[in-house]
Design a protein around this ligand. Structure first.
Ligand SMILES: Nc1ncnc2c1ncn2[C@@H]1O[C@H](COP(=O)(O)OP(=O)(O)OP(=O)(O)O)[C@@H](O)[C@H]1O
Ligand SMILES: O=P(O)(O)OC[C@H]1O[C@H](OP(=O)(O)OP(=O)(O)O)[C@H](O)[C@@H]1O
Ligand SMILES: O=C(O)c1cccnc1
Ligand SMILES: [Mg+2]
Length: 574
């Protein structure tokens, strides 16, 4: 069933930025330590020191070699409206030790994000570990208050978008993918977020009505087993008439018309013996659904027995509808061997088309659902199936295969001084400095490598040989002569010189660059699909994909290692 919805909300120049989709996203949606640190910064007179933080993740999810970046729009909505209310300030005051001085709460009262700059990769882009998704610059105390909300808004968004993209990759371009996860999602926000981000990741529609209203995502749905089992027999159908599609005539007894078709199918030469008596309560449910939605008749056929009852009952109703000029949509399978049953159902449809001369009956749509995930989709492909649409819930929206993306927010510079965080685990050492990053494309048009440089280094140039170094592994390096260079971080929040908020899109300047408009949801989805198509296939395969190279310039490499040595104490052996 197709729902009607508003178009996606536009975010065009000149419009103010609305608040976060979820009203629970406030400055208090934070970890306590952000406020205790803010107090300690303030007490030390350090709160206005200019800091730069990078938000990035360390490892691609789901055993893959790519991630889709999502959640940026919500971050920008958050900072555009960042302001603590009196009530919130009172709560913070009550939550901190009584010894905290009043001046701090006056300070909290005055803060907003007009002094914060956010550079980010465009939402819906393919991204890789260690490369900053966001670079956030501003007064250290304020930027720290953004850490938890930003990481929260990006973590699940990027994870579930990537999960959706992976499901799309396995299902193939031609299949319809329906997100059915609301009932199984992690609470209301998980449900709304899943619907939005699965759409970005390449799903076609959702069953979630609120997401349809909020974001303009196409709505689709079938019906449940309860509807089928709620009927007892066709005798309980009182209003039996159905007007033909063109309004020219009316079948006064649609129930009898269906029953006539059912016996014709039963006694047809090619189908005789496949089934006997079908379930009459199921038939009653199908007839009632067809009477309610003659143009959108899609039946769930597995309540009793798919091939002995559901499919023949469906075909009888579909043929009766056909007599009145309506075209049934198809069936849904929600249990059993989906590969086998879809092939059997298709055969049945083909036979009906031939036997009764109903053109197009073979092409009836088959939707499959029931605990589907990447693996089951892959298994179905390998076995061969006749499914046209997949309805996917639990495994998709809960990101069952991986619980979190593991985004982090790390200080890389304060007061123009680069900072590094060391760790026993090299993969956890942060890459210092306020940086720029670029994607370098090769001859065949594929992205070859992402490279981070210091902010003031000259950018890589097309046709010029560049040394790309692994940030931590000395022996890993390569020369690249890019055919195209794309700067990844764009200015999405320039701050302002104390302007009012909500901030306004438009000609706000950011380091002499125009502030990027937030794209519409549809544009973000298209970007995601295009970017995935552009990737070299070996990075995308499910089994042992080739890692994509993430590197730093020679200059940044030297600096990282200089700072590393500088900060790491020399041990003493006894
Ligand atoms: N041909 C197939 N190849 C691989 N996996 C399949 C195939 N067909 C169905 N599946 C998967 O097998 C699992 C079947 O689960 P299970 O046995 O619990 O359900 P069922 O008995 O078919 O239906 P239910 O218990 O919901 O009535 C589901 O995860 C489904 O997606
Ligand atoms: O299987 P998922 O990927 O989570 O997709 C959504 C499921 O939700 C619905 O039924 P529900 O699971 O509520 O009931 P049933 O499967 O027991 O009929 C639907 O029929 C799907 O099976
Ligand atoms: O419309 C459906 O078929 C549907 C919706 C949500 C969950 N399962 C199925
Ligand atoms: Mg189920």
């Amino acid at each position: 069933m197709e729902g009607k919805a508003n178009g996606p909300s536009e975010n065009q120049a000149g419009r103010s930025v609305s608040g976060p989709t979820n009203p629970m996203v406030t400055p208090l949606l934070n970890d306590l330590y952000q406020f205790t640190m803010a107090y300690a910064y303030w007490k030390a007179g350090k709160h206005d020191e200019r800091a730069v933080f990078d938000l990035y993740f360390r490892k691609n999810p789901f055993g893959g070699e790519y991630t889709i970046f999502a959640g940026l729009e919500e971050c920008i909505r958050f900072i555009a409206n960042f302001k603590l209310t009196e009530e919130e300030i009172t709560f913070v005051r009550d939550s901190l030790p009584g010894s905290c001085e009043d001046g701090f709460f006056d300070y909290l009262r005055g803060i907003n994000c007009s002094d914060v700059e956010v550079h980010a990769i465009t939402e819906g882009s393919v991204v890789f570990p260690k490369v900053p998704l966001l670079r956030v610059e501003g007064p250290v105390a304020v930027v720290q208050l953004l850490e938890t909300p930003f990481v929260n808004l990006i973590n699940y968004a990027s994870l579930v978008t990537t999960n959706a993209a992976r499901h799309r990759f396995v299902a193939g371009k031609s299949k319809m993918l329906l997100e059915f996860g609301l009932r199984r999602a992690q609470g209301p926000d998980g449900g709304i977020g899943a619907s939005k981000y699965c759409y970005i990741g390449g799903f076609d529609a959702t069953s979630n009505v609120a997401a349809g209203k909020l974001f303009g995502i196409p709505l689709r749905g079938t019906h449940s087993h309860a509807f089928v089992s709620s009927f007892m027999s066709p005798d309980e159908i009182i209003e039996k008439s159905l007007k033909s599609s063109d309004g020219s005539h009316t079948s006064e007894d649609f129930v009898s018309l269906v029953q006539t078709w059912l016996s014709k199918i039963q006694w047809s030469k090619s189908l005789h013996g496949i089934f006997g008596e079908t379930n009459q309560s199921e038939l009653a449910a199908f007839i009632s659904y067809a009477l309610a939605f003659p143009n959108n008749f899609l039946a769930l056929v597995d309540t009793y027995d798919v091939m002995r009852s559901g499919v023949p009952n469906f075909c009888a109703v579909a043929l009766a509808l056909n007599d009145l000029g309506y075209k049934a949509v198809g069936i849904r399978l929600d249990s059993g061997d989906l590969a086998y049953l879809s092939c059997e159902a298709r055969k049945f449809f083909r036979t009906i088309e031939k036997e009764f001369g109903v053109p197009g009956f073979e092409k009836m749509s088959i939707t499959a659902s029931n605990d589907l995930n990447e693996e089951t989709l892959d298994a179905l492909n390998k076995q061969g199936h006749e499914v046209d649409a997949f309805g996917i819930g639990t495994y998709l929206v809960t990101c069952y295969a991986q619980a979190a993306l593991g985004c982090v927010f790390k200080l890389v510079e304060i007061n123009k001084q680069p900072r590094i965080k060391l760790s026993e685990d090299v993969s956890k050492v942060s890459i210092p400095c306020k940086k720029r990053s670029y994607r370098l494309y090769g001859k065949e048009g594929y992205p070859l490598v992402d490279i981070m440089t210091g902010e003031n280094e000259p950018p890589p140039k097309v046709g010029e040989r560049i040394l790309c170094r692994h940030p931590f592994n000395e022996s890993k390096r390569a020369y690249v002569v890019p055919q195209k260079v794309e700067e990844l971080l764009k200015c999405y929040w320039p701050g302002s010189s104390g302007g009012d908020y909500p901030m306004v899109f438009g000609d706000v300047q950011c380091l002499n660059k125009r502030r990027e408009d937030l794209p519409t949801l549809k544009d973000t989805r298209e970007r995601c699909i295009k970017q995935l198509e552009q990737m070299r296939p070996d990075h995308m395969r499910r089994l042992n994909p080739t890692p994509y190279k993430v590197s730093v310039s020679a200059k940044l490499y030297d600096f990282i290692h200089f700072l590393w040595l500088n900060e790491a104490p020399v041990g003493e052996l006894q």
